[in-house]
Write a protein that binds this ligand. Structure first.
Ligand code: GLU
Length: 333
């Protein structure tokens, strides 16, 4: 609930925030300091895939609140980078984050160059693949990355994972995002309406498919197309966490070229926590996700390809002992 507030808090919101913190301090119910209580899962924009993913996890754990004495909620946030920082600061217990962001945080590179290695970051599992997705208005005539020059393009807010991906793609394509394009910093969920209002020519979004953001972007009067992201060999060879991927055919029949498989690069959505969060809490969430995987997969079409085995891939941080305990019990490790 707290993370739904914009980053610049109004005074009245600040008062509420202080009261809520005071309340949670008195009740001592934060999950990080006890084996039960309230836990928050940092996600992304409400129409992305992270938010429903966090919601699905929270729902499973809340159904078992009598067993675990845990109440979970999914919080809408700016995305991966914000989630890692908030988990490290103890403002969130859990975060859904791109595998590339997890890798950089562990190494103290990229966004974490100044802060250094995030030694308390712990991995739990991974979820769906996320494609670096580029959508443009058909009338903007963007057929390839180089056609973006001179256009107004949303690359995402600071704190999102997609922003680092857009910048990587631009750097690889020899496009300077500071001078060759008019870069906008909107949240993923804000981009579709801006594209439909002709205030954007194109936008990036690193997301699982199908995603509400893409459906929304393609449901208005202005016709939109996927733009393939090609020529990324250098990026792929230099970065272990990027892989080639395709946006699946047929998911978006209303997109002019939505029936084709669109070539691009991708990462994975992963689930992280802090070493400071108790083993019991992490064990409970891990167990509920894995023991109810078939039910969990029904919660979002982007989960179609998840298996217990591939959910242990793409993790750079050490496994949290609570997650490891479950994997050992289940014979997965
Ligand atoms: N991968 C996105 C980010 O961290 C969020 C995608 C989503 O919310 O589904 O920027």
């Amino acid at each position: 609930m707290l993370r739904l507030l914009p980053m610049k808090l109004k005074f009245s919101s600040m008062v509420t925030l202080v009261c809520l913190f005071a309340f949670s301090a008195c009740t001592g119910k934060k999950g990080s300091s006890s084996s039960g209580g309230f836990v928050s899962i940092g996600t992304g924009s409400v129409t992305g895939v992270y938010y429903p993913t966090g919601g699905a996890i929270a729902k499973m754990i809340n159904q078992k609140s009598d067993t675990y004495n845990i109440k979970a909620s999914a919080e809408s946030t700016a995305g991966s980078v914000f989630n890692i920082n908030a988990v490290m600061e103890g403002d969130l217990e859990f975060g859904i984050v791109q595998s590339d962001a997890q890798y950089f945080a562990v190494k103290g590179e990229g966004e974490w160059k100044e802060k250094g290695a995030q030694e308390d970051l712990r991995a739990i599992c991974s979820f769906h693949s996320e494609a670096v997705t580029l959508i443009a208005a058909a009338d903007a005539n963007v057929k390839s990355l180089s056609d973006l020059k001179g256009k107004t393009v949303n690359i995402g807010p600071p704190g999102s994972g997609m922003r680092t991906n857009a910048i990587d793609v631009f750097n690889t394509a020899g496009i300077n995002p500071d001078s060759d394009i008019q870069a906008e910093n909107l949240k993923g969920s804000e981009a579709p309406i801006m594209l439909q209002d002709s205030r954007l020519d194109a936008f990036f979004y690193t997301v699982g498919h199908p995603s509400g953001v893409i459906t929304e972007a393609s449901s208005g009067k202005r016709s939109v197309v996927f733009v393939p992201i090609t020529g990324m060999q250098k990026l792929l060879s230099e970065s272990p966490f990027y892989s080639m991927t395709k946006i699946p055919a047929g998911l978006y029949p209303q997109i002019a070229n939505g029936n084709k498989e669109i070539e691009t690069v991708g990462v994975k959505a992963t689930f992280v926590t802090s070493a400071k969060v108790s083993d019991d809490v992490v064990y409970a969430l891990t167990k509920e996700i894995f023991e109810n995987l078939e039910e969990f997969k029904k919660q979002h079409a982007a989960f179609a390809l998840l298996t217990k085995e591939n959910m242990l891939e793409a993790l750079s941080a050490p496994l949290h002992p609570g997650a490891l305990k479950y994997y050992q019990e289940a014979g997965l490790k």
